[in-house]
Design a protein around this ligand. Structure first.
Ligand code: NAD
Length: 261
């Protein structure tokens, strides 16, 4: 059974990993709901490009997923538009880098809301339909930081460890309904999220930005190379496929060997 004709919702898909996953799922023939912030003209270009390149329908939702009600509304929008949510990719996320004693309270709240609670709200809204249809794929973009910590990323590491627990719990609750729930744990992927944290990391560690790239980011990755968004997207497509139906509750490392050390 192929993914053709199914519906994918990919949160945070106006950029980076989410955009690559949305495009890869569209290439497999799923209609897609894209979501996230950005320049409206650029988003419309991506949306229309997905339709023309892959021959599927693509719609955009500007839902702000820091709000639980908007996560549920995003799922309802997809169900109203396409009749179902078959593949739910909880991917939207932000980062903030700061020592714990200076970590801004509002950044903690934002990161927990978007990187953890949004997945809870979206999954809660999508599971009834998946259970009724006896098929579903839930894929959470976690991180190597779901498995190991790094200094100065208290909120992010906490949220990502939380996502690991949520992934396993949902997998157990849905296992007999043809639904799988897995997390992808990328190491450093070259996207705007990584690019933007370089100046703050340099400040927190008293380094130059070049040193941060070489001695902090790629130092963690035995391959000494950034993971690509296309590689992460290919893993998401595999997890969405029927070939992966027995993989559930797993945390899939795609990190150039980072957490093996
Ligand atoms: P990115 O900054 O390129 O993309 C983040 C996306 O989230 C964008 O589409 C943005 O508009 C959206 N977003 C931000 N706030 C939102 C909100 N309130 N509501 C809805 N959408 C919102 O970042 P990325 O690197 O592609 O990150 C995607 C995911 O991958 C995140 O969960 C991140 O933690 C995870 N991740 C990234 C890396 C990496 O190295 N880039 C590594 C591991 C995990």
């Amino acid at each position: 059974m192929s993914l053709k004709g199914k519906t994918s919702v990919v949160t945070g898909s106006t950029s980076g990993i989410g955009l690559a996953i949305a495009r890869a799922l569209a290439a497999e023939g799923t209609n897609v709901v894209i979501n996230g912030f950005g320049d409206p003209a650029a988003i419309e270009k991506e949306r229309a490009g997905i339709e023309s390149e892959f021959g599927v329908k693509a719609v955009y939702s500007a839902a702000d997923l820091t709000k639980g009600s908007e996560c549920a509304a995003l799922v309802k929008f997809a169900e109203d538009t396409f009749g179902s949510v078959d593949v739910l990719v909880n991917n939207a996320g932000v980062q903030h880098v700061s020592p714990i004693e200076e970590f801004p309270d509002d950044k903690w709240d934002l990161i927990i809301a978007l990187n953890l609670s949004a997945a809870f709200h979206a999954i809660k809204a999508a599971v009834p339909g998946m259970k009724a249809r006896k098929w579903g794929r839930i894929i959470n973009t976690a991180s190597a930081h779901a498995l190991v910590a790094s200094p100065f990323k208290s909120a992010y590491v906490s949220a990502k460890h939380g996502i690991a627990g949520l992934t396993k719990t949902v997998a157990l609750e849905t296992a007999t309904f043809g639904i799988t729930c897995n997390a992808i744990c990328p190491g450093y992927v070259w996207t705007p999220l990584v690019e933007k944290q370089i100046p703050d990391t340099a400040k927190a560690r008293g380094m130059t930005e070049e040193q941060v790239k070489r001695d902090v980011l790629l130092a963690a990755q035995p391959t000494k190379e950034f993971v690509t968004v296309e590689e992460v997207a290919a893993l998401a497509v595999f997890l969405a496929s029927d070939a992966a139906r027995s993989i559930t509750g797993s945390l899939q490392q795609i990190d150039g060997g980072w957490v093996a050390e």
